[in-house]
Structures are given as C-alpha cells and as structure tokens.
Design a protein around this ligand. Structure first.
Ligand code: B12
Length: 212
C-alpha cells in the first residue's frame, strides 16, 4: 500500500498525466481509502512541488503541470466521496478570495463536505467581495467558506468578512476560513467563526457551526 501511494505521489511530482488515472484506479481497487490516496499520495506530492518551487528548482509551468496531474487523480476519487444518500445538512457557499487562483484545496474541501451531506455551491476563484455579497443575498447559505493560498491575498479575507458583516449578512450565516497560510489566530483576528487546517477539520467545523 505504501508503495502504491508513493508511486502516486511521484507521478504527480513528475507530472505523469498519462499514468495518474490508472494508478489512482489501482489504489482504489486495492482497497486503499480515498482519504489516504488524497492525503498521502496527492497532497503529499503538492507539498514537495511547493518546496521545489520555493528554492527555484521548478517554475510556474511545472507547478501547474503537477497541479493538473493532481486534479486528474482527484477526479478519479471524487465519486467515492460524494456517493450515497445523505441527509441535507445545510448549504455551504465556497470560494477562493480575490487575486488568488489556487483551488485544489478548496475543491477537496468541497468534495468532503458533499460527502458528509452538505449542499455545496462553489463560486470558484478570484472572487470579489461584491460578487460574494450578491451570491450570499440570493442563495442565503448557512455557511460561507473562504480559501486563500497566498499571503498577499489573506487581507482579502479580512475585507470580505468586514464588508459582509457591514451588510448585515452574518446573522444567519457563519464564516469559516482556510488555506495553507491561514492560521487559527489569523482567523480569530479577522473575526471568522472558525478555521480548518484540512478538509477533515473543515467538515467537523461545518457540522459544529451549522448546529449553533
Ligand atoms: C499548485 C500550486 C499552484 C498552481 C495552482 C493550481 C490550482 N488550480 O490551484 C499554480 C501554478 C496556478 C500556482 C500559481 C501561483 N503560485 Co502557487 N502553489 C501551488 C502549490 C505547489 C500547491 C497548492 C496546493 O494545491 N496544495 C494542496 C492543497 C490540498 O492544499 P491547500 O490548498 O493548503 O488546502 C488544504 C487546506 O489548506 C485546507 N483548506 C484550503 N482551503 C480551505 C478553505 C476552508 C474554508 C477551509 C476550512 C479549509 C481549507 O484544506 C485543504 C485540503 O486539506 C503551493 C505550495 C504549497 N505547499 O501549498 C504553491 C504556492 C501556494 N504558490 C505560491 C506562489 C508564489 C504562486 C504564484 C504567485 C507564482 C507566480 N510567480 O506566478 C502564482 C499565483 C497565482 C495566483 N494569483 O493565485 C507560493 C505562495 C507563497 C506565499 N507566501 O504566498 C506557494 C506556497 C509556493 C512556494 N513555496 O513558494 N500555484
């Protein structure tokens, strides 16, 4: 099992787009749990890719090629996470803040939330606060999830939370935040209702916040 997960990780690092789908299928057929495939295969690879980028071993095109390979792998696991008849636990609006194009983490959180019975409306990436407000007013979600992967876009979270509050839209909606650079203390500082470090924490937090 370790070997196969390692092969998946290497395939993402080495951008093996032709091989990734069959490798993930093989892992599924071997009975490896989807969350292990995601965490120890796919996400573990992106950590290595991030380190390689940070020291100029690779550049944006290579980082993007690995990200695309990872997405192909994720798409093979997705049906396993979202199947089954679940009760509707509430509606979650999700998006990545303005200026930020990273969506892999958000998409994994979405899959896990759907798998746990939430209705997820994904607003995509590079979201302006104005666009967010329009969607909140029309969809009236129970929970808003904001993702940021760049330190330079973290202030957008703060702005979104402030402006959504000023519009009086937080009475019936909680806000959770996440993304690699976002910490619990940052979440508290900007007035979010909660922070999740990974998709598992995001699901636990969503259950807790929607019950409140
Ligand atoms: C893949 C990647 C890209 C891809 C993104 C593809 C895509 N569609 O997402 C591409 C090539 C486009 C890209 C571009 C850039 N990137 Co980039 N990228 C990465 C990389 C390697 C992986 C990110 C990732 O997908 N991780 C895997 C996922 C699963 O993890 P995650 O996002 O953290 O999500 C988990 C949790 O955080 C949490 N979570 C996430 N969102 C949410 C939301 C909520 C509500 C909750 C509760 C939880 C939660 O749950 C997730 C699942 O466990 C990271 C390195 C890294 N280690 O993070 C750099 C990284 C984030 N990128 C970086 C940079 C600098 C850039 C660029 C500026 C590069 C450039 N010069 O152009 C551009 C910016 C583009 C833009 N405007 O956004 C830097 C950021 C540095 C910083 N201090 O801000 C990093 C850290 C690389 C590095 N080491 O320097 N990037």
């Amino acid at each position: 099992m370790k070997n196969l997960l390692n092969t998946i990780k290497e395939a993402v690092i080495n951008k093996k787009r032709k091989e990734i789908e069959s490798l993930v299928d093989e892992a599924v057929e071997a009975g490896i749990a989807p969350d292990l495939i995601i965490n120890e295969g796919l996400i573990a690879a992106m950590e290595v890719v991030g380190e390689q980028f940070a020291v100029n071993d690779i550049f944006v095109p290579e980082m993007l090629a690995s990200a695309l390979t990872m997405k192909m792998g994720l798409d093979r696991v997705k049906p396993l996470l979202t199947s089954g008849n679940q009760p509707n636990r509430g509606t979650v609006l999700m998006g990545t803040v303005k200026g930020d194009m990273h969506d892999i983490g958000k998409n994994i959180v979405n899959m896990m939330l759907e798998g746990a019975g939430f209705k997820v409306v994904d607003l995509g990436v590079d979201l302006t606060v104005e666009a967010l407000i329009v969607e909140i007013e029309s969809l009236k979600p129970d929970l808003l999830g904001l993702s940021a992967l760049l330190t330079t876009t973290m202030p957008e979270m703060e702005r979104a939370i402030r402006e959504i509050g000023e519009k009086g839209l937080r009475k019936n909606m909680k806000i959770m935040v996440g993304g690699a650079p976002v910490s619990k203390s940052f979440a508290e500082m900007i007035g979010a209702d909660g922070h999740g470090a990974d998709a598992g924490e995001a699901v636990a937090l969503a259950k807790e916040l929607i019950l409140k």
